[in-house]
Design a binder for this molecule. Structure first.
Ligand code: FES
Length: 166
């Protein structure tokens, strides 16, 4: 079993954060509405959008730091600390809700000891809601590290997480 990263220990160097932020700004400089693609590019490169990227982005895009923070906190898939080794997304949309999705969501939160939009204390798993995975006919559904799983039960979820080493 590998050791998951500890989000509290995530400290990319100022230089690397600045370089990534500047590169993202440059890549999307001429694109209207470029803030979201820039944020996604930073997150893709660094695993999150560290606090140190915000002033660089604000300066480069002529926006306030508050505006950048506002966008990061508005979109659930943008994060300012890195996700856990395993990303568990539980579908919270209607078809899954009708097929026991709420119970499954409760089970996931209880088993992990964290709520949605959070990472377990050991940094192993991040739990996020998702709104339809296209598996409505086989609901409830979850996604683990980008891999969809249908007809989910609490027991099946536990086995899948165990297989991920958590
Ligand atoms: S509502 Fe959950 S997969 Fe569509």
């Amino acid at each position: 079993m590998h050791t998951p990263p500890d989000p509290s220990q995530f400290r990319p160097s100022d230089d690397s954060v600045r370089a990534v932020a500047c590169q993202a700004i440059e890549q999307y400089r001429d694109q209207p509405g470029n803030l979201l693609p820039i944020l996604h590019a930073v997150q893709h490169a660094l695993g999150c959008i560290p606090a140190g990227a915000v002033p660089v982005l604000a300066e480069g895009l002529q926006l306030s730091r508050a505006e950048i923070h506002g966008v990061i906190s508005f979109y659930p898939h943008l994060r300012s600390t890195p996700a856990g080794t395993v990303l568990l997304e539980v579908c919270r949309a209607e078809a899954c809700q009708a097929m026991g999705g709420e119970k499954l969501a409760d089970h996931a939160q209880q088993r992990l000891g964290c709520s949605f939009h959070a990472t377990t204390a050991d940094g192993a798993i991040t739990l996020e809601p998702v709104y339809c995975l296209g598996l409505c006919a086989q609901s409830p559904a979850v996604m683990i590290n980008g891999q969809p799983h249908a007809r989910m039960t609490a027991g099946k979820l536990d086995r899948l997480l165990q297989a991920e080493g958590v």
